[in-house]
Design a protein around this ligand. Structure first.
Ligand code: ZN
Length: 69
């Protein structure tokens, strides 16, 4: 029995198609598949990363003023 479920917002690392990635469960095997280019990737070996997390997590800049009159 094969279960397929779309991964919302996922981008194919191979062809760049968006919302074409399905998560496939086939018995004990779980992998993701691109329905646009038929790319398959084993989720156990290489988890997909939609966006590299290299960007620093910066919030809004906060200015601290010394409390002096
Ligand atoms: Zn693809």
């Amino acid at each position: 029995m094969i279960k397929r479920r779309f991964i919302a917002g996922a981008t194919c690392p191979q062809c760049g198609a968006m919302d074409k990635i399905v998560r496939v469960e086939q018995g004990d095997r779980i992998y993701m598949e691109c329905i646009a280019c038929n790319m398959e990737r084993n989720l156990d070996e290489a988890p997909p990363r939609d966006h590299p997390t290299d960007e620093p997590m910066l919030g809004q800049p906060v200015t601290i003023r010394p409390l002096k009159k």
